[in-house]
Design a protein around this ligand. Structure first.
Ligand SMILES: *Cc1c(COP(=O)(O)O)cnc(C)c1O
Length: 218
């Protein structure tokens, strides 16, 4: 299927309360233009340099999201335009995003990436550390960020029970945090090309789909 027709079919298929993030990392601006021409406006990237380059040459009404591991010293490059940073996994990073946002006069939306997968290598907060940080109330004093929800990834496995277990856990964490942050805490980002349907059944409101739209990455 072409990029356009995959986008069209995903738009038709996803429930109204679930948004599509087209993950365009490693793919060309030309491929992004094709998705754009089918009506897609939200794109996810995982490397700062690539994100900044694409943002410079593509239409202004694209909503760019950072979904990959973000180093503190690179926040300043994306702070002027990024619409949501999904991969926020440390207190240091939150402090830096807040600082850069205030400097450019913006409020930057963020998600908290929580580690639930079996692999130790995956990024994200351990739940116990995150709860401690949130209990400290520091986040409420930071005027440059708005906490929009939770992001996570399931274990890399064929075991459907395990995958659903991970998604259910992320959903539980989301539900536990939501009352603390209110209405604007509305995003549970989980599900990729291979597991987005299960993620939606477990409560996802935002799926991040790459290879299914753009093909394999080198
Ligand atoms: C690459 C990536 C995706 C997309 O994965 P596909 O399997 O290509 O759909 C989603 N989320 C994150 C965090 C990624 O790095």
């Amino acid at each position: 299927m072409s990029i356009q027709s995959t986008i069209t079919s995903l738009h038709a298929q996803l429930p109204d309360n679930v948004e599509l993030v087209a993950v365009s990392k490693f793919h060309s601006s030309e491929s992004i233009r094709q998705a754009y021409s089918a009506g897609q406006r939200i794109f996810g990237e995982s490397r700062v340099q690539e994100l900044v380059a694409k943002q410079g040459e593509l239409p202004n009404d694209i909503e760019w999201r950072m979904i990959g591991h973000l180093q503190c010293n690179k926040v300043k490059y994306i702070a002027p335009f990024i619409s949501l940073i999904e991969s926020v996994d440390s207190q240091r990073l939150i402090v830096e995003i807040n600082r850069c946002a205030l400097k450019v006069g913006r409020v930057i939306d963020i998600l908290l990436e929580i580690h639930v997968a079996q692999e130790q290598s995956k990024d994200g907060w351990e739940w116990s550390e995150l709860k401690e940080f949130i209990a400290s109330d520091q986040i409420k004093e930071m005027k440059g960020i708005r906490l929009r929800g939770v992001m996570g990834m399931a274990t890399y496995t064929d075991n459907q029970k395990r995958i659903r277990g991970d998604f259910n856990l992320l959903h539980e964490y989301f539900c536990e945090l939501k009352p603390l942050f209110g209405e604007s805490f509305d995003t549970l980002s989980m599900g990729m090309s291979d597991d987005y349907q299960a993620a939606i059944e477990c409560g996802s409101t935002s799926v991040r789909i790459g290879s299914m739209i753009f093909g394999g990455r080198i």
